[in-house]
Design a protein around this ligand. Sequence first.
Ligand SMILES: Cc1cc2nc3c(=O)[nH]c(=O)nc-3n(C[C@H](O)[C@H](O)[C@H](O)COP(=O)(O)O)c2cc1C
Length: 174
Amino acid sequence: MSFLDLAKERYSERYFDPRPVEQEKIDKILEAGRTAPTACNYQPQYTYVIQSEEALAKVRSMRVSHFNAPLMLLVCYDTETAWRNTRDQWYDNYCSGEQDATIVAATMMYEAEELGVHSVWLRGFDSQQVAETFNLPKNHIPVMMFSMGYSSEQSKPSPLHFQRKPLEETVKKL
Ligand SMILES: Cc1cc2nc3c(=O)[nH]c(=O)nc-3n(C[C@H](O)[C@H](O)[C@H](O)COP(=O)(O)O)c2cc1C
């Protein structure tokens, strides 16, 4: 399948089968993340794998929609190693960490999709609560989480999935 077809077929999965994701597939998903570009190649990302009953129970104790996925990934960046742009007049010492973590996450999402492992990108959480619950080092900033796993029989895209703006609205020539 071409990349564009894969991208078009993907939708946010919110109906997971409890079947665990095989370690071999998790390893490939993480390896895909390792290939992602990052500013100056500093690789400030940290991916926390949330798979044990204990760690999943911690997520369930938080205010975050997890959709009962058997696997979750939490992607963070390290404030101490992320690249800083000292020449940007809009931002004071602009930190690339969110962008770095995001492209790592996106790369993992599409690798997972290719392996038949579906996901939903989650940002509706309280960063402080996540950091405290998992006792993260204070320089690890939570950027996003995935709920991941195999689709259950109820799987279907949400109505939002079908609402893509036309390119004429979002692409401008300069
Ligand atoms: C930055 C970001 C944050 C998101 N946060 C959430 C979230 O907290 N909960 C959720 O159910 N979906 C979340 N989503 C998924 C979007 O709602 C979804 O991608 C969008 O509605 C388009 O649907 P589709 O992914 O099925 O094509 C998020 C997606 C992105 C990129």
